[in-house]
Write a new protein. Sequence first.
Length: 287
Amino acid sequence: MDSSSNWRGFLAHVRPRLRASCPFLAASRLTIALAALLLAASFPARAWGPMGHRLIAELAERQLDPAAIAQVHRLLGESGASTLADVANWADDVREDPNGGELSRQTRRMHFVNFADSRCRFESARICAGGQCAVAAIESYGGVLGDQSKSDHERAQALRFLVHFVGDIHQPLHASYRPDRGGNLFQVRYHGDGTNLHAIWDSRVLGSLRIGWKRYARRLDGRVVAAGPMAPRSWAEQSCRISRDDGVYPLGRTIDVAYLERMRPIAELQVQRAAARLAALLNQALD
């Protein structure tokens, strides 16, 4: 399927939602508006927000084997941190640091994977060329972490990236559609202000509960879910299907309390899956 087919498929998916919220727009004007937004697209922002990433890291650490915990604490000590939650947002800090240099440039596209269309099929050559996506990043850094021949510095850096990228790939709009840049081009209103759907999922779906990450961890503690297949590409495809099938894309333009309450259980389940899979990955790599 070529890029024009991908674009047509995306329009077929989102045009009914845009038309429902903007009935005065003709089809041609909808297409022009979407095309203009595409030109202004930027990279996805912070998946889950700082709170969500710390929440995933904390829940994962509670599921680590004693041997893995000891290794994690030893490697984290290299950077002065003591828990996974302490380093959960480090990868975002690297990306946003204007002086981040080569590391920032090399990892900028590893926070997400944009599927070509709503089939949600991971095709490495098409959507992860050169290993530049979250799926390949998790596979690569997982290998580094488990390689005893690597230096502690390399393994500690891999650990910090893994904690973050596993969280990223479970945010449905960080594993969504290329044509709308994972919801960045799906414009909505929240409390009267203009924003986009990706931003709502980054911070508002979990944040609307208005509790801190430590309290949120207590709320979710004990609801451990099975890790399931230990294949990052399967995790990404699952996230993409959620964004496609579970009402993540609203019919209207306004994000209200009812939408956030419908989406929160979905987000919480994804947080729990991310924590279980991160813990399983670390237990395996640090065995």
